[in-house]
Design a protein around this ligand. Structure first.
Ligand SMILES: *Cc1c(COP(=O)(O)O)cnc(C)c1O
Length: 342
């Protein structure tokens, strides 16, 4: 950070370039493009795929708001689909009812760090898939890393993510040289050479200081994810399954457990007693996206609202428990004891 400050090269300099190469190598793709945040990353990835105003893009309703917001922000129509109850991810079966002749792309979120079955979705429909891997750096599926599963993928380096900057940051990864070049132009005002402006783009850059932070932290990601997986295993070993329905796994997946989110029919009551016992459990996504006020214009298609039964059920029953790279068995025992006493 000091070297960047002394050098005075703050935007799109050698640190961002080096981080892009290191991230691409880690994920196992040819190209990584640093951007300002994970939300812009999704908008830019969709634009690079050719998504235009009026096009439909299928997105899960059970995810962080930015997944759908980034699609609406480019004038396209987010079409909400359901998720699988066990893995909380979209599947071939949940995408199918949302498909129309206007579907231009699908956004698959690796929710809570569990990679989605993206190659099955690509094979089934022949429609490009944007992998929203904001929660999944360090996860893998069938030997491919999260960020290498779709046609193009997006990351967020918001401080609470598995790899966090000291501020905002994001990235796009892809094996496709044309998509990469377009994304690179779009992050810089739609220009390839700072002379000719070919597209109405974005001012969306990862800055040099954040890139230095990310370059120092990226080499830690595997050991941090190992710690998160050990934390998840500690919950299993501590008997959490006697009190809550544990999250399921995608076959062949090694999850990154950004969040560890079991379910319970009386989730709010359990949440209250955990919080009273000093356990920082949280309710994430209690209101799914198809019920958010700003998404109302996109929900009633042909006068008929999509029924997203699993999404509504999960939204009501989820319960995010503490997890981190340094979460211990003793802490898991404490959480389980608090549940047993409630
Ligand atoms: C955090 C997150 C984003 C947005 O990332 P920002 O960097 O905060 O813009 C998008 N999608 C998912 C699934 C996220 O968790």
């Amino acid at each position: 950070m000091s070297a960047v400050i002394r050098g005075g090269h703050f935007i799109l300099g050698p640190e961002v370039k080096a981080f892009e190469q290191e991230l691409a190598a880690y994920v196992g793709v040819d190209h990584a493009i640093g951007v300002a945040n994970g939300t812009d990353a999704i908008s830019i990835a969709a634009r690079a795929l050719g998504v235009q105003p009026g096009d439909e893009v299928i997105v899960p309703s059970f995810t962080f708001y930015a997944t759908a917001e980034a699609i609406a922000a480019i004038g396209a129509t987010p079409v909400f689909c359901d998720v699988d109850r066990d893995t909380r991810n979209i599947t071939v079966d949940t995408v199918k009812p949302a498909l129309t002749s206007k579907t231009k792309a699908i956004v698959a979120v690796d929710l809570f760090g569990m990679p989605a079955e993206i190659s099955a979705i690509r094979d089934a429909f022949g429609i490009p898939v944007i992998e929203d891997a904001a929660q999944a750096l360090g996860a893998s599926l069938a030997g491919r890393k999260a960020g290498a599963l779709g046609d193009i993928a997006t990351f967020s380096f918001y401080p609470s993510k598995n790899l966090g900057a000291f501020g905002d940051g994001g990235a796009i990864t892809t094996d496709d040289a044309d998509l990469a070049e377009l994304a690179r132009a779009l992050r810089f005002h739609g220009s390839r050479d700072k002379q000719s402006f070919e597209y109405v783009g974005y001012n969306s850059r990862l800055d040099e200081i954040q890139a230095t932070v990310l370059r120092v932290l990226l080499p830690q990601i595997d050991s941090w994810c190992d710690g998160r997986r050990a934390g998840a295993q500690a919950y299993v070993d501590a008997g959490l399954g006697d009190h809550l329905q544990l999250p399921g796994s995608v076959d062949g997946a090694i999850p990154a457990w950004h969040l560890y989110v079991p379910t319970a029919d009386d989730a709010d009551a359990k949440l209250a007693s955990l919080n009273a016992a000093g356990v920082q459990a949280r309710a994430y996504y209690r209101t799914p996206l198809h019920r958010q006020p700003a998404m109302a214009p996109y929900v009633n298609r042909n006068g008929k609202a999509a029924e997203l039964r699993v999404t509504d059920e999960l939204a009501r029953t989820i319960l995010a428990l503490p997890i981190s790279p340094v979460f211990t068995r003793a802490q898991a025992d404490e959480v389980v004891a608090a549940l047993a006493a409630s």
